[in-house]
Design a protein around this ligand. Structure first.
Ligand SMILES: Nc1ncnc2c1ncn2[C@@H]1O[C@H](COP(=O)(O)OP(=O)(O)OP(=O)(O)O)[C@@H](O)[C@H]1O
Ligand SMILES: [Mg+2]
Length: 267
């Protein structure tokens, strides 16, 4: 397993205060991490740190980018997206190649085919020539997922990709992501703990502090201590993974921190 991103004891925030404290997290090349936590807990801030959009106040962030190909593909949280793009769906997807060094005029027919194929995989190939303003919220969300994917990044970061999308596509999307995970690491932010715990490999709870669960199982107790209005969904006949116990002996300190975030400050 190769390291892609390594945060060590990172504290970060904005002019109005600290948002994340003492966060350590390493992302490896085949990770599939579900990032959960309450509104305002600091999830999007964590992503901005990883992207280098904001700098830590203390601690370090290392990016192990070997320069070959695209490093990070990113789907911003919907509230942060300007929906009035005057360009076509296909061009929005292709714009995801800009971070990989291509300008608007330099897309090849291969790039265009790839954009079209991705849109097809997301079930919206027929919308390729429309403009963003002519799409529904869920359709546009799928377009932006294609945009994040087109450069075949080493790390795909999706900030609440299930916003606006219907249940059926949500499941299809997670299954597609599992396929993409053969080739890239994925971090996915979601409030839908029940569903993502079924698809991801590990879970990071972010609520000022980051608590990393090295499995996709979180106990009911932990969720209660987390004091977070999380939506729990059962998966038909599949046992409810969220309610199982798991061994925390190797990250006991953080466990404590999850249940009583305030206590941590006095340690
Ligand atoms: N640009 C900014 N300037 C000042 N404060 C900010 C800024 N962005 C976020 N914050 C504050 O930082 C805190 C964490 O915000 P963040 O967006 O990281 O939360 P989040 O976990 O992504 O929440 P949500 O689930 O609502 O998306 C919030 O209290 C928010 O008000
Ligand atoms: Mg957010």
């Amino acid at each position: 397993m190769n390291e892609l991103i390594k945060l060590d004891n990172v504290t970060a925030g904005y002019d109005n205060g600290i948002v994340l404290r003492d966060v350590s997290l390493t992302v490896y090349d085949r990770d599939f991490i579900g990032v959960i936590g309450p509104n305002g807990g600091g999830k999007t801030t964590l992503i901005k740190l990883i992207l280098g959009l904001i700098k830590p106040l203390s601690g370090t962030i290392q990016r192990f980018d070997n320069q070959e190909g695209s490093f990070i593909g990113y789907l911003p949280q919907q509230s942060q997206i300007d929906r009035k793009f005057p360009i076509t769906v296909q061009d929005i997807v292709l714009s995801g190649l800009m971070s990989a060094g291509k300008g608007l005029s330099r897309y090849t027919s291969k790039d265009k085919k790839q954009a079209f194929d991705l849109l097809g995989q997301m079930g919206i190939g027929h919308l390729a020539k429309r403009t963003a303003g002519e799409l529904s919220g869920g359709q546009l969300q799928r377009v932006f997922i294609c945009r994040a994917l087109i450069s075949s990044p080493k790390l795909l970061i999706l900030d609440e990709p299930n916003t606006f999308v219907d249940n059926r596509f949500e499941h299809e999307m997670y299954e597609l992501l599992q396929q993409f995970n053969q080739k890239m690491a994925i971090m996915i932010i979601s409030h839908d703990v029940g569903t993502i715990s079924y698809f991801v490999k590990t879970i990071a709870c972010v609520n000022t502090y980051l608590h990393y669960h090295p499995s996709n199982i979180i106990t009911e107790e932990q969720l209660a201590g987390y004091n977070c209005p999380l939506q729990i969904i059962t998966h038909g006949d599949v046992p409810h993974t969220v309610l199982q116990k798991h061994d925390h002996s190797h990250d006991h300190d953080h466990d404590h921190n999850l249940t009583h975030p305030e206590d941590h400050k006095h340690e």
